[in-house]
Structure formats: structure tokens, C-alpha cells
Design a protein around this ligand. Structure first.
Ligand code: HEC
Length: 136
């Protein structure tokens, strides 16, 4: 049976472990630790690049908002809301579009105009936003 002291040591180390893994999630904006991203075989420079949310915001407002902004999302039933989606997922979709591994005439055109580091910036930016829930 654990005594009170060892229970609190255990609880303290558990919460430390937990907060360490939570903050690792928030601070690693390279998304390189997922199997799906590592399988994309990106250049080391791109793989290690850490996304910049403010660059992503600028890009989103220039090139994506016309279709992924609330006004269009409210009208077009098949246009996805990117806000609040996982960054690594969005990033992978953009790579897939650019490489032709996912096909959509609109998005393949859009993705072909983005560099891989810009994809990280814009994917990370959208992941930090709150979903609109306009898709009904
Ligand atoms: C001309 C309209 C249009 C523009 C501009 C546009 N998109 Fe899209 N996007 C779409 C449509 C439509 C889809 C859904 C494609 C499908 O059905 O497979 C989509 C899908 C996506 C997806 C996949 C989402 C998912 O849930 O799988 C991502 C990621 C994405 N867009 C990112 C972007 C980014 C980043 C930009 C700006 C650089 C952008 N899009 C600009 C129309 C657009």
C-alpha cells in the first residue's frame, strides 16, 4: 500500500509528465513527429521548419479566405472549414494536393502556388483558430 508521501510524489511526477507532453504539443510547430508527415519524405529543411502563425495569417487572408472564410462556408456545402483542424493534418492535405495524391481541381491549383514552408505556416495558423460551425 502506498503511504501518503509516495502518493503525492507519484501525483506530482504524473502531473509533471502530463504538462511536459502538453507543452511539447503546443511548442512543436514543425509537425515532424507524426508518422504521416515523416512518410512525406520532405527535405530536412522543410521537415525541421517551425511554422509561423502570423505569416500563415497573412497568407490565409490573401489567398484562402475567399473560399474558406465564413461567407463562403455558409453557402458552399462542400467547402471545408479549416479553423480548429489539426495542423499536421492540414499540412499533409496541402502536400497531397500539390503532389496530386489528393485530387480536387480548385485545391490542386491553390496548393501548387504554395511552398512547403508556407503550407506549414498556413496550416498552423488555421489550427489556432476556433471552428465556425457553419457547415450544417
Ligand atoms: C477557389 C476556392 C478555394 C481557395 C481559394 C482555397 N481553397 Fe482550400 N479547398 C477548397 C475546396 C472546394 C476544398 C474541398 C476539396 C475536396 O472536396 O476534396 C478545399 C479543401 C482544402 C483543404 C483540405 C481540408 C480537409 O478537411 O481535408 C485544405 C487543407 C485547404 N483547402 C487549404 C487551403 C488553403 C491553405 C488555401 C489558401 C492558400 C485554400 N485552401 C484556398 C476551395 C478553395
Amino acid at each position: 500500500m502506498l503511504n501518503h508521501y509516495s502518493k503525492s510524489v507519484l501525483a506530482a511526477s504524473l502531473s509533471l509528465l502530463l504538462s511536459a507532453s502538453v507543452s511539447a504539443q503546443v511548442t512543436d510547430t514543425s509537425f515532424k513527429d507524426t508518422l504521416a508527415v515523416s512518410e512525406l519524405k520532405l527535405d530536412a529543411k522543410v521537415l525541421n521548419y517551425k511554422a509561423d502563425a502570423s505569416k500563415g495569417e497573412t497568407l490565409a487572408n490573401q489567398r484562402c479566405i475567399a473560399c474558406h472564410g465564413d461567407a463562403m462556408l455558409g453557402m458552399m456545402k462542400t467547402y471545408p472549414d479549416l479553423k480548429g483542424q489539426k495542423a499536421a493534418y492540414l499540412f499533409k492535405q496541402l502536400i497531397d494536393f500539390k503532389r496530386g495524391d489528393r485530387s480536387d481541381p480548385l485545391m490542386q491549383g491553390q496548393a501548387s502556388m504554395l511552398s512547403e514552408t508556407e503550407m506549414k505556416d498556413v496550416a498552423y495558423y488555421y489550427s489556432t483558430q476556433t471552428a465556425s460551425n457553419l457547415s450544417k
